[in-house]
Design a binder for this molecule. Structure first.
Ligand code: ZN
Length: 346
């Protein structure tokens, strides 16, 4: 008989989990949004906690888009940006996450009227608060919202090059994948310039479109990791390339179900991707809006995909390996994972 403290749930809680794929606005939990809503009571979001919880209950994708839009409209000042960062830092630290790479879409905040240096100052300030108050290290990825095309590529790149937060490590692209081909050169040029400035290329691809977007991420953007990448399985040549290079894929199972890319968790391709020998990490994307947490993704991997402790620890080690950490910090995270579940081979 298993005692409570040896349960798989307790193991997952204790496992140090690195989060590589989570969005700033999408990671806003109820307490964080409540703080913003009360700061801006004229906004479209309920200021009463019970009503807000009901508003946040995931119903379908259009409702998710509505919630996302409503929360975005509350982000009006640098203080609001900092509140979002420290909110996600608090929520992740409580799940035993020592390090997060948080995706920020600065173009959205620029459009809301905030000057780049002011946004950067807020992001830098929030990193210090996250470290001091919650003991978690926050790094940033700036991503282009693809649906805004070349203007968004330029705004994101200018911000990354001219006013980078101290903790900026990567450059990405998200939003609607279907429009990418129409702005191919603008997006390629932005990635080339960002990489030249020392940023890692960390684009979304193969989430809502097929293998061609992943090929473009690899060959056009020089991708070092891929956000999602689940649709690689349709192309054996691509699978072989990803296996040979062991390029990390940031898989977010619940997100794929909630956005309708996959019918349900039971039919999610993660187990097939593991069978193919791909390098996977587990992530939460927009956790409170999708009704999940990073811990919840590990639990789903255990319950739905049948992964055991050793396999869950391997996924956690993969995330540490794929993170933009210095070697000493990476070794420290991996040592903590090893202490809980020693690696099978090393
Ligand atoms: Zn994402």
């Amino acid at each position: 008989m298993q005692t409570a403290d040896t349960s798989i749930e307790a193991f997952i809680d204790a496992l140090p989990k690195v989060e590589l794929h989570v969005h700033l606005v999408g990671s806003a939990s109820v307490p964080t949004v409540l703080e913003l809503a009360r700061r801006h009571p004229d906004g479209p979001v309920p200021v009463n906690e019970e009503e807000l919880r009901a508003f946040y209950e995931f119903r379908d994708f259009p409702h998710f888009a509505e919630v996302y839009e409503a929360v975005s409209s509350l982000v009006r000042s640098p203080e609001d940006v900092a509140t979002l960062v420290t909110g996600v830092a608090r929520d992740l630290a409580a799940q035993n996450v020592p390090y997060v790479e948080l995706t920020v879409t600065p173009y959205t905040h620029q459009r809301a009227g905030m000057p780049m240096p002011v946004i950067t100052e807020a992001l830098d300030h929030a990193v210090r608060i996250a470290r001091e108050e919650h003991g978690i290290r926050v790094a940033y990825i700036f991503d282009i919202p693809a649906e805004f095309g070349a203007a968004a590529a330029r705004g994101t790149l200018d911000h990354a090059l001219d006013h980078p937060p101290l903790a900026l490590v990567g450059f990405g692209i998200g939003g609607i994948e279907q429009v990418r081909a129409a702005h191919r050169d603008a997006f390629r040029d932005a990635f080339t310039a960002a990489r030249k400035a020392g940023l890692r290329s960390l684009p979304h691809a193969g989430e809502m479109t097929g293998p061609e977007t992943i090929w473009e991420a690899l060959d056009g953007y020089g991708a070092e990791r891929i956000g999602h990448g689940i649709n690689c399985l349709a192309d054996p040549r691509l699978v072989a390339r990803l296996r040979e290079t062991q390029l990390p894929l940031e898989v977010c199972p619940t997100s794929n179900v909630r956005t309708g890319q996959v019918a349900d968790l039971a039919s999610h391709p993660l187990p097939r991707m593991l069978e193919e020998g791909l390098f996977l990490t587990l992530n939460s994307d927009d956790p409170p809006m999708f009704g999940t947490t990073l811990t919840g993704e590990y639990r789903a991997a255990a319950e739905v995909f049948g992964l055991g402790r050793a396999e869950l620890a391997d996924l956690a080690r993969n995330a540490a390996e794929a993170a933009s950490l210095d070697d000493a910090s990476r070794r420290a995270v991996i040592a903590d994972i090893d202490a809980l579940s020693p690696p099978a081979r090393r």
